[in-house]
Design a protein around this ligand. Structure first.
Ligand code: GDP
Length: 367
């Protein structure tokens, strides 16, 4: 039997037969000293992403292997897509192993964000999702923020055991592991990273000491994530890349804000107030009158209201409206994957339109 080989970038099992499946390498490239799959090769050299076929069931089955281990689970979520990056039934998949939760991409938050409020909200939401976590930490895998504490906590809590790093696609799991590897060994970008979901295809084993390992697990695809409703090109615009600069809109009732063509915010009823939008700096916001908003959207989506563009419009499910009464306190309306809007005084009625399948939520304001 031929010896199995694994991609050095993503851990997928190397194969030469099916181009569209994970781990494909042209036969001619098998002789090179370092073997990486065609997908990682393209990503590395051309920054181009190829889709490979992996079913959700495959991912869940792989993650479920953790329940048979005695280990520490480090679960990573994207604080901009907290609900979207949560996997339901997660506790079942990982058995009785202790879990710590890492909120990644903290560098994108405005400096004035109340971090302890954020941690409190994360703990509360995790428990609402049926997940008991030992503790919550904030990190920026990209900038290395929070890692002094996180390294120490992982070392103490694992107590000689293996560590499994889990999270759904695009939360920054590979970047997180690369950061840990870089800090301990000086090696940069040991694992392939990308702008796009689904880079990490197999378990990658990283030795921690002579007896134990850290495992990078495949990113579970979560259908609630906005990333699955938008094209790769649009994703670049709506995903914040730098610290978010809040944009303030003083609105009367019966006014509407459009966030590109992705979401719409209708101020239905209540006292005039200043709403603060925490979204990607590159996402255009347009204000219009509520009674003209339907027509405005029909006419301008894909053009003035971008992204999506004309080419990517087809991919976007139609927007679904949800009307909510905001409690009488400063409240954030969270749109997973996009950001949030702060309602300063509360006590108002708002309608939010988001692509079908995306679930919005409310929380006490973080700022
Ligand atoms: P994975 O699919 O979970 O392994 O995610 P990746 O590590 O490939 O990261 C997904 C995207 O998020 C990439 O575009 C990263 O550059 C970005 N990213 C990861 N960590 C951070 C972070 O701490 N801050 C910011 N701003 N972006 C991050």
């Amino acid at each position: 039997m031929e010896e199995l080989m694994y991609c050095e970038g993503c851990g997928a099992e190397i194969q030469t037969k099916e181009k569209t499946k994970s781990g494909f390498v042209p036969r001619s490239a098998l002789d090179s000293e370092h073997i990486i799959c065609q997908r990682c090769f393209r990503l590395k050299h051309y920054n181009e992403v190829q889709d490979v076929e992996y079913s959700d069931d495959d991912y869940l089955r792989m993650i479920n292997k953790i329940s048979d281990t005695n280990s520490l689970v480090v679960k990573i979520v994207d604080i901009f897509d907290f609900n979207g990056s949560f996997i339901s039934g997660f506790q079942r998949l990982t058995g009785n192993n202790p879990i710590i939760l890492i909120g990644n991409k903290v560098d994108l938050l405005p400096k004035s964000t109340n971090k302890s409020k954020l941690i409190h909200w994360m703990k509360k939401t995790a428990s609402e999702f049926g997940l008991t976590v030992q503790d919550v930490f904030l990190a920026s895998a990209e900038k290395g923020l929070g890692f002094d504490i996180i390294e120490k906590e992982i070392e103490e809590r694992r107590n000689g055991k293996d560590v499994y790093v889990v999270g759904c696609t695009n939360v920054g799991k590979s970047t997180f592991i690369n950061q840990l590897i870089n800090r301990s060994s000086g090696v940069k970008n040991a694992i392939t990273t990308s702008y796009f979901p689904g880079t990490t295809l197999g378990f990658i084993q990283i030795p921690l000491d002579r007896k134990s390992n850290m495992y990078d697990t495949p990113g579970v695809v979560n259908r609630r994530q906005l990333v699955h409703y938008v094209s790769d090109k649009d994703l670049k615009v709506i995903t914040p890349k730098k610290e978010i600069k809040p944009k303030v809109y003083q609105l009367q009732d019966k006014q509407t804000l459009f966030f590109g063509g992705f979401a719409r915010f209708d101020f239905e009823k209540g006292m005039k107030q200043s709403f603060v939008c925490y979204l990607s700096n590159e996402l255009m916001i347009h204000r219009t009158k509520l009674d003209q908003a339907d027509e405005f959207y029909q006419k301008h989506v894909g053009e003035l209201l971008q992204p999506p563009t004309q080419e990517t419009l087809e991919q976007l499910p139609s927007l679904v409206k949800q009307t909510i009464k905001i409690p009488r306190e400063k409240t954030d309306i969270v749109v997973p994957g996009l950001g949030w809007i702060t309602v300063p005084d509360g006590g108002v009625t708002i309608s939010i339109h988001v692509p079908k399948g995306v679930n919005i939520s409310l929380r006490p304001a973080l700022i």
